[in-house]
Write a protein that binds this ligand. Structure first.
Ligand code: NAG
Ligand code: NAG
Ligand code: NAG
Ligand code: NAG
Ligand code: NAG
Ligand code: NAG
Ligand code: NAG
Length: 448
């Protein structure tokens, strides 16, 4: 999502306008539960043993940082699990891949190419209560949505305390991974419950936006700014170390649909080569760690003038340093991604179908899978059907887009409503039937 990632202060969730301004900090969990994770990871999961013998810290005194693990003391407390805190890789389900016969489509679980739908529930990794994590995946499963996109990042510059989930603390002396109960074990739970429910996830590694840390939290610790981050040696070192930690930890799991470089990476005013080069290098790095899972970029799908598409307006101007066509040529990115928020971008709602068709055509020209991985409109709560149904019909009837993922899934957790914004489609609400259930079924029935 472009701007707000709504935070819901749990004690105030009845408030009708809880959309936060950009840059909100951390979800404050007012209900905490002692997490008593199973200490036994699946025995079959030897590939997953992560290099977590100590805090991963990287010196900031020079631009060539080094990892010195096993040297630091436990942060913020407790022990370092060298294996995931929840059972992972117990499922024998096949990994998702690009289909051999139909390279524009996915082979989800070894049974051949299929179209399908998915969703976004970024906040799942910040839930403290296991039964809530399980609820999210079981509801998504019974809707027949196949893939959920979730934030795998969460960085802070100062310790927010044990009631707030975060995965990484960044400051001038380095990166400190949080293995306490409000840290990496929450991601372990996400992967574990996704696997147990037979749902696959896209795990995203950094946010362009400042919510949940993001690029701004790297810059606060290591210097740099929103554009230099992509080439800043220190930030890139810490970012890749974080990727390495998660990829090694979860790479044995069939619940990983794809690894994703960033949420809506932008480099405003930059040559498109900056993001192209960064995405090439990072995706190659991920493939070197884990050649068996797919990798995606997570961008909004902006076109650049060189593409010769569109009317030259904002979405086609290259202003954000992203060139969808050029990036689709990166071999270590398995599929192309794009988003759709006409109301935020200054377009009318019917332009949405144009945007969908344009990305489909580029996918056809490259013979490569393309996914509409976020879409939302109109910018008011509820009643999204009139605007979103025509987009879904375009995807279904007029394209070979492999998957679409509405923004965003919402449900009632044990603590109250899940985090939400004006685009949330609430589980089993009236509009959930056409936009989630019926669309998911229709995508699965679409002939290949
Ligand atoms: C950075 O955070 C770590 C972990 O809390 C702490 O040990 C270290 O002293 C901090 N460094 C600075 C410069 O504050
Ligand atoms: C970001 O940092 C780069 C490299 O130091 C610099 O050239 C650029 O002007 C900075 N951008 C902004 C907006 O400050
Ligand atoms: C995200 O990208 C935009 C465009 O480059 C930029 O203006 C913004 O500052 C970025 N967000 C953060 C938190 O750096
Ligand atoms: C929507 O915008 C497009 C240009 O982006 C324009 O061609 C079209 O006429 C507009 N449609 C409506 C209903 O305003
Ligand atoms: C959400 O919708 C309300 C009206 O229902 C509006 O006042 C508010 O500005 C919207 N928020 C955003 C971020 O668009
Ligand atoms: C829902 O949208 C339709 C137009 O598509 C409108 O006529 C109706 O008033 C809306 N309902 C609510 C409850 O906002
Ligand atoms: C989305 C998809 O391809 N799902 C398939 C997973 O595998 C079962 C059989 O085990 C198929 O029935 C599904 O279609």
């Amino acid at each position: 999502m472009l701007f707000q990632v709504g935070t819901v202060l749990l004690l105030a969730w009845l408030s009708p306008t809880t959309d936060a301004a950009p840059g909100w900090g951390w979800r404050t969990v007012t209900v905490t539960e002692t997490v008593t994770p199973s200490s036994t990871a699946a025995g079959t999961c030897s590939a997953s043993s992560p290099s977590t013998s100590g805090i991963i810290s990287s010196s900031t005194s020079s631009s060539t940082a080094t990892i010195s693990s096993a040297s630091a003391t436990s942060y913020p407390s407790t022990t370092y699990p060298t294996t995931p805190a929840y059972p992972i890789c117990t499922s024998r389900a096949p990994f998702a891949s690009i289909d051999d016969v139909h390279p524009r489509l996915f082979n989800y679980n070894g049974t051949g190419a299929k179209y399908f739908a998915g969703t976004n529930a970024w906040w799942t990794s910040y839930l403290m209560i296991d039964s809530d994590v399980n609820l999210v995946f079981s509801e998504i499963k019974n809707t027949q949505l196949q893939v959920v996109r979730i934030w795998g990042f969460g960085s802070v510059n100062t310790d927010p305390g044990p009631g707030t989930v975060f995965f990484q603390l960044l400051n001038s002396t380095g990166s400190y991974i949080n293995y306490a109960a409000n840290g990496i074990p929450r991601l372990d739970a996400v992967v574990s419950y996704a696997e147990r429910n037979g749902v696959k996830i896209v795990l995203n590694f950094v946010n362009n936006w400042s919510a949940l840390g993001g690029i701004a939290s790297y810059n606060a610790a290591f210097g740099g700014n929103a554009t230099s981050w992509y080439t800043d040696a220190e930030s890139q070192k810490v970012y890749k170390d974080y990727i390495k930690l998660l990829v090694n930890r979860y790479k044995c799991s069939p619940a990983i649909f794809a690894w994703e470089l960033a949420n809506e990476p932008r480099c405003q005013g930059c040559d498109t080569s900056v993001i192209y080069n960064w995405a090439t290098e990072v995706s190659q790095y991920i493939k070197s760690l884990d050649p068996r899972h797919m990798v995606a970029l997570g961008d909004e799908g902006w076109f650049a003038p060189a593409d010769g598409i569109g009317d030259g307006s904002y979405a086609y101007s290259g202003d954000q340093g992203v060139d969808f066509v050029k990036n689709l040529g990166i071999k270590t990115l398995d599929y192309g991604t794009f988003h759709l928020y006409p109301s935020s971008w200054g377009y009318n709602e019917s332009w949405g179908s144009t945007w969908i068709l344009q990305h489909n055509e580029v996918g056809a020209a490259h013979n490569k899978a393309v996914v509409l991985e976020e879409y939302g409109g109109p910018p008011t709560p509820n009643n999204h059907t009139a605007v979103e149904e025509p987009w879904q019909a375009t995807v279904l009837k007029d394209t070979k887009l492999a998957m679409d993922q509405f923004w965003q899934f919402g449900t009632v957790l044990s603590t109250g409503l899940s985090d939400y914004d004006n685009f949330t489609i609430w589980y089993n609400s009236q509009e959930y039937v056409p936009l989630a259930r019926d669309h998911a079924a229709a995508m699965l029935e679409k002939p290949v």
